[in-house]
Every structure is written in structure tokens, then in C-alpha cells.
Write a protein that binds this ligand. Structure first.
Ligand SMILES: [Zn+2]
Length: 227
């Protein structure tokens, strides 16, 4: 009996862990993790910027490849980098909220603390780009009932991914490309970061590979967003 109870507890814990850490699982909220299409189009997303050195490099590369992307910005990093944020927007990319603090404790925040954090980020972003912010990616892609409720209350369209490149884990770029090659399909949403020392090199290799495969790089279509 004790054995059965322990097994059950373990299974429930594993499920809750999976539910929180897999944005694709959609247990707590429905995020866009891929756009259904047969066209060779992919959607690049960059988290954790803007970064004063890497983000300008990323923007120049994107321009050279005629590629669009969505940048999920951390509010505290926008402070002092407002012109860079404006450049992202002016060059035709999408901008989303990735929280103000990106704290490891964010998923454990109370509803009011979470709202305050997200408000700070929304206000800062929308002041710079002069547009309301409605795209949201939770820090670390972690979801739970509080985050789901707040995302719904605030009218966010939550964006996940179906290709996590694990670019933040270091190692050589070939490992990242291998992950992309294995998982790529039309409409994929790819998670990258524009804060790493080699973010620009990762992007270049990724674009070269995907372009060879006939892919283009578009903005996430508004038609996929809920009203
Ligand atoms: Zn992040």
C-alpha cells in the first residue's frame, strides 16, 4: 500500500513538473508553439534582450537575410536601451513582454506581484514603441495556474516554441544546429537568445542552414493571435 502511494505521488510530481516546464504541453494555458502551415516558413524568437552589443548585431544580420523575428524583452534591460528597443520595432520586428525582472521566483509570485512586474514591463515597452503590448512569453517558459490566469486577464497572446535550441547551455554551434535539423518543420517557432557572446554566430549558422532548406523567416501572423 505504501509502495503504491509513493509511486502515485512520484507520478503526480512528475506530471506537475512536466506541466510547468513544458509550455508545449499546454496544460495550464494554450500558447502558440507552432503555426500550422505547409509553407517553408519559420518564426525566430529572441529572449532576454535587449543586449547593447549583441542585439544590434542580430538586427543587422536579420536585415541582411530579409528576416523578421519576435523579441521577448526583459523590462529591466530596456532601461537605458530604449533607442535599441525602438530600432527593433522600427525594423519591423515584433516585441513581447518577457517580464520586468525575469526573476527565478517569478512563477512563485503572488497574483498582485506578478501583475505589478508585468505592468512595469508593458508600460516601458509600450511607451517606447507607442503601441500596446499583447505578446507574452513567461520567463523560462514556465507556466502554472497563476500565470495562466494573469495571461488571460491581461489579454495576452502567449508565445511558446516547438524548437528549444538550448543555446544558453554553451557548447559548439553544431550541437544547436543538430537540434534544429532534427526538429524543423514548416511553421516552427524557434527559441534563441540575443544576450550570448556568440548569439550572432548562432543566428548566422541557423539562417544559412534554414535558407539552404528553402525556409523564409516571417513575423508571427496576427491571424493566429486570439482576439
Ligand atoms: Zn528568458
Amino acid at each position: 500500500m505504501v509502495w503504491l502511494l509513493c509511486t502515485l505521488l512520484l507520478l503526480v510530481s512528475l506530471f506537475l513538473f512536466y506541466a510547468s516546464y513544458s509550455i508545449q504541453a499546454g496544460v495550464y494555458l494554450k500558447a502558440i508553439c507552432r503555426i500550422k502551415t505547409t509553407q517553408r516558413v519559420v518564426y525566430l524568437t529572441f529572449d532576454d534582450g535587449p543586449h547593447p552589443i549583441q542585439t544590434p548585431k542580430i538586427l543587422s544580420i536579420l536585415k541582411a537575410y530579409n528576416a523578421k523575428a519576435c523579441f521577448f524583452c526583459i523590462g529591466s534591460k530596456v532601461v537605458g536601451n530604449e533607442a535599441l528597443l525602438k530600432r527593433i520595432y522600427d525594423e519591423g520586428h515584433l516585441i513581447g513582454n518577457h517580464s520586468f525582472t525575469h526573476s527565478g521566483l517569478f512563477p512563485l509570485y503572488s497574483k498582485s506581484k506578478m501583475n505589478t512586474d508585468l505592468n512595469c514591463c508593458d508600460e516601458l515597452l509600450s511607451r517606447v514603441i507607442e503601441k500596446p503590448i499583447y505578446l507574452f512569453r513567461p520567463p523560462f517558459g514556465v507556466t502554472n495556474p497563476t500565470i495562466a490566469r494573469i495571461a488571460r486577464d491581461r489579454g495576452y497572446q502567449v508565445i511558446g516554441w516547438n524548437i528549444r535550441t538550448l543555446d544558453t547551455q554553451g557548447g559548439d554551434i553544431s550541437r544547436i544546429l543538430k537540434r534544429i535539423k532534427k526538429r524543423i518543420q514548416p511553421g516552427s517557432v524557434i527559441l534563441l537568445h540575443d544576450r550570448l557572446d556568440n548569439s550572432d554566430q548562432i543566428l548566422l549558422k541557423t539562417l544559412d542552414f534554414l535558407q539552404e532548406q528553402g525556409y523564409r523567416f516571417d513575423n508571427l501572423p496576427e491571424s493566429a493571435f486570439r482576439d
